[in-house]
Design a protein. Structure first.
Length: 185
């Protein structure tokens, strides 16, 4: 009988322990949106030696390490545009990028857009060499609605056509390149 009492006591204790009340708690977090931004670096083009023929100056493949970040948390989509001024020697000589024989071009292969952290990567709008205007701008990368949320590495390539009739000038020509991030695909 003693065993039955002990067994009954154990069952009673187990029932009492399992009847303990469980309280549900909540966790909260405040999320604040950040900004849409682009980080571009200087573009270095190869030097050319004039020889009486048209030349092409290019950036080394993968040498331009840029990034774009959409930390807004809205899923609104975004795009990047690029504009450039004519190349000038800083004194009085110019390479007019609006001319068909002296265009400044950009190319961004889809393989050169990678996800650093985020969702679906944006899509290149210039998978072939495309002229950059000296007035207005050219859309070169676009993230559709609900994509491009995060940070992305971008490695565009560049080419400058140098016509045979270019003056040496001071020897170094520069252009101001403006890259802008804007809302919407």
């Amino acid at each position: 009988m003693k065993k039955k009492v002990i067994a009954f006591g154990l069952v009673f204790i187990l029932l009492a322990v399992s009847a303990v009340a469980v309280a549900a708690e909540t966790g909260t977090v405040t999320i604040t949106g950040g900004t849409l931004s682009v980080t571009a670096a200087d573009v270095t083009l190869s030097g050319v030696t004039l020889d009486g023929t048209d030349k092409t100056s290019t950036s080394a493949s993968g040498s331009n390490s840029w990034s774009a970040s959409d930390a807004r948390g809205t899923g609104a989509g975004w795009n990047l545009t690029i504009a450039a001024t004519d190349f000038t020697d800083g004194v009085d000589k110019t390479i007019d990028i609006a001319q068909s024989d002296s265009e400044f071009k950009i190319q961004l292969l889809d393989a050169n857009v990678t996800v650093t952290a985020g969702n679906t990567k944006p899509v290149s709008q210039v998978t072939t060499l495309s002229p950059i205007p000296d007035t207005g701008s050219l859309k070169f990368l676009s993230a559709a609605t609900d994509t491009g949320m995060g940070t992305y590495a971008i490695a565009p390539n560049f080419e400058l056509e140098v016509p045979a009739e270019t003056y040496v000038g001071s020897g170094t020509y520069t252009s101001t390149i403006t890259v802008t991030a804007a809302t919407g695909p």
